[in-house]
Ligand binder design. Sequence first.
Ligand code: ZN
Ligand code: ZN
Length: 532
Amino acid sequence: MYECPNCGGNLKFDITSQQLACSFCDTHMRPYDVDKETDAVETDYFETTVFTCPQCGGEIFSGDNEAASFCSFCGASTILSSRISKEKRPQYIIPFKKTKEDCKKAYEKKMRFAFFVPDELKDAKHIESFRGIYMPYWTYQLSQNQHVTLNGKKSHRSGDYVITEHYHLTGDLNALYLGYSKDASANFYDNLSETLAPFDAKELVKFTPSYLSGFYADTADVEEDVYLEEVMGLAEENSFERICKEPKFKGYDVDSGKNKNNLRSKLGTVCRTTDRTMYPVWFLSYRNKDRVAYAAVNGQTGKVAVDLPIDMKKYMFTSLILAVIIFVLLNLFLTIKPTTLMMIGCLLALGSAALYAKELNDIYKKEHFIDDLGMQEKIADEESLYEEGNDKKKKNKKTFSVKDFLKKHWITMIWFMVVFGQLGIMFLYAMVVLVWPLILTGTVICGVIGIKKCKKTGDIRKTPGFIVSMIMVGIAVVIRLINPVSDSYYYLGAVLALVAVLFNMMDVISNYNRLVMRRLPQFDRKGGDDRA
Ligand SMILES: [Zn+2]
Ligand SMILES: [Zn+2]
């Protein structure tokens, strides 16, 4: 706690004046002027109050020791236990620029068009629990100072010949990258921090503990080298692009040497320093049974990132009304043959089954943190104790990029296109005959993949969507094969297909909240946990 020298009251950081302010006598002071003796000493650590959530084990620390009455990680409203502890001292901080009022306004604006969210998310009392938390980041300083030689090509046509000239393009590269930052807290999801980005590193100021007064901060638990590769790669791509845009190199086809190691040695990228920094984030959590949804507002720019769960009742009601309107309109303006109607129904069933299979895949990816480097590192550390490399190899596998694939395989692709073009024409003829078997095959494939994913993801026991659509589409195909005279069979087939759609969509929605909300965090895991 920082005491007011005038009246002894509690000094807190005031965003509007960017100074420490006393709420009793209106004294204002520079944060650097109130340092306690222990703060002023240049050590790697500083003293702070650490708050621990009894439910999830999540920890945040603060400059004050006032009781905290809820947990920002799991959303539990409970008194957090507190203790005095030492934390690693950051070098720099961006103090909050947006006040809580600014943050609430930005959030409300974002939520204005979110019709299907539970009412509580828009409730004034809930919004009041936005909490100012400093998030730990690694901020990298990279430089490239080197005489650079790149290969360039220039081609022109002369009669029947194409003449290619090869050049060495040389120059001195002097680049300094200051602001690359990556979140250093495994608790802070990468996808949230990426939506909140960018922070403007120009506003970083020297850290002193009194900046935290009146706010909280999250601890850094991701090592600095986790993101180093990625950040260096970004700097290299950026420099390379700029070099190519250099007016003197215009018209040359510059070859980077294709692989990244090559570019690195050519540009001479070096990481000069890595600083511990703190970035301001307004944070809100919403808990619903065993799920939690987060909203976060960038405390410097006011940018909003928010998980939007769906209120099932609201959604179903609106969809029903829309469906009735569309059905009435269709009937007024179009007459559809019963066979076509049944086919449309089956295609919809196939589409909804595919949608559901994709959703399950996304859930699997999200819950195993496939895209979250920081979190993966943390899990890998925990798992490496009792798990052999096999599974880890899978995790480290690079994600597939269409762009890279096309670059590498464009000749093969063209060859395939020609062949497939011809096949395609034959295929179109065949389609007329094959459409039904294809729909059936598609549905079965989606169903089998989906049911597998259901099992893999765990605790999703809802599979009726897939099974119902396989059965219903099967019946429709049988109807089509028998080719009865009476229209009523086709209408029956169409209705059955739509029932399948309904089942699939119910599964999709009930799992949707699982996709946008997050599992309750568990921080003090020791050894075997449910992720293993
Ligand atoms: Zn005072
Ligand atoms: Zn908690």
